[in-house]
Design a protein around this ligand. Structure first.
Ligand SMILES: [Zn+2]
Ligand SMILES: [Zn+2]
Length: 131
């Protein structure tokens, strides 16, 4: 079963006492920041085109297509990873970045940092299995 990761904002919360003295948890701000990480999308540069490789078996896929070793392909720059880096500036994947890639980080580094959207919450990472 493929595993995906979900990065989302966990808003900072306060506790407030209501009129009856009950303690209620209130979110100071709701934030819908959420990134689904389905793993890197791997492409092979071949004959001037970018060919999408099988996400779960991209090494074998690339070697079958080119008859070269994966290491060789990486070294020659023929392997391209996409959707594995994120721009904190415009909140898009690097490939879709509309600013000048000023603040690009690897996706996994989102975990635990301050939410780039609301600047209040914290990014938590959850693991999900999809069938
Ligand atoms: Zn950007
Ligand atoms: Zn947020």
């Amino acid at each position: 079963m493929p595993i995906i990761y979900n990065y989302h904002c966990s808003p900072s919360s306060d506790y407030k006492r209501d009129d009856s003295g009950k303690l209620n948890k209130t979110h100071s701000k709701s934030c819908d920041f959420e990134i689904i990480d389905t793993g890197p999308h791997v492409y092979l540069k071949k004959d001037g085109k970018e060919v999408a490789l099988d996400q779960h078996d991209f090494v074998k896929d690339a070697e079958t297509l080119t008859k070269k070793s994966f290491r060789e392909l990486v070294n020659s720059g023929a392997i391209i990873y996409k959707k594995d880096k994120f721009c904190l500036n415009c909140l898009k994947f690097k490939e879709d970045c509309i600013c000048e890639n000023k603040n690009i980080i690897p996706l996994h580094e989102l975990e635990g940092i301050k939410c780039p959207k609301c600047k209040e919450g914290k990014i938590v990472k959850t693991r999900e299995e999809i069938s």
